[in-house]
Ligand binder design. Structure first.
Ligand code: SAM
Length: 215
């Protein structure tokens, strides 16, 4: 991986907590590099669903990925921070909105990273189906999620999300963690093909990366 200094991205945020969080995420979590590897060189726009502070968008820009990025989150504080951080970047569009009300009009690649656990199984299925519909030909739907199983990693994942709610970092507590096979089934029904594998890095969480393609 090209040397990327987390501090460079963290400096986009005036809040000390946002800077510390961004550095910790970029140092410990293989997520952003994994998504970069999937999207490198793509000519399609990206929709990032549940973007938080927009770390993925800034990471991709820092690594010279210049496709337009639309990113949505229902946490007003995070969207304001992301918009401020994006003021010197072109084609980064941060939108405040609840994706349970539907997705923006879009066709391209889509990322759904660490957000499925906030929804009921029915809401997850609706989101996944709608997202699959918005994947362009030749595009990808990239999902990262904590996966429900009997492991200690899963219990740690759930505890982490509960702490995030208790400390007000997240607006909601986790509702339901999906299983890989239920996601794969919905994707296949939607005409997308792909696979899943663990993506743990230095984290103690039970996270999987799932990448689905529309041919
Ligand atoms: C764990 S964070 C992940 C942030 C980002 N995807 C990343 O990986 O860096 C989950 C995000 O989903 C957002 N979220 C949860 N429910 C949402 C909803 N119904 N609509 C939009 N965003 C939501 C939260 O506000 C939070 O920013």
């Amino acid at each position: 991986m090209a040397t990327l200094k987390p501090e460079k991205i963290s400096r986009l945020f005036p809040s000390r907590w946002h800077r510390i969080y961004t550095i910790a995420k970029l140092r410990s979590d293989p997520l952003y590099n994994a998504v970069y590897n999937e999207l490198e060189g793509s000519q399609l726009p990206l929709l990032d669903i549940g973007c938080g502070l927009g770390i993925l968008a800034f990471y991709l820009r820092e690594r010279d990925q210049l496709f337009p990025i639309k990113a949505i989150d229902y946490d007003q504080r995070k969207i304001i921070a992301a918009k401020n951080a994006a003021r010197n970047h072109l084609s980064l569009d941060f939108i405040h909105g609840d994706i349970r009300d539907g997705l923006p009009d879009f066709s391209g690649n889509i990322t759904i990273l660490d957000i499925l656990q906030f929804f009921s199984p029915k809401e997850q299925a609706t989101l996944l189906r709608n997202a699959a519909l918005s994947v362009a030909r030749g595009g990808k739907l990239i999902i990262r999620s904590g996966i429900s199983d009997n492991s200690l990693r899963f219990k740690t994942t759930r505890l982490g999300d509960r702490i995030a709610k208790a400390t007000f970092w997240m607006k909601a507590a986790p509702t339901c963690y999906p299983e890989v096979h239920s996601i794969v089934k919905i994707m296949e029904q939607s005409g997308l093909r792909g696979e899943a594998h663990p993506l743990w890095g230095k984290t103690p969480f039970n996270n999987y990366l799932m990448v689905f393609n529309r041919d």
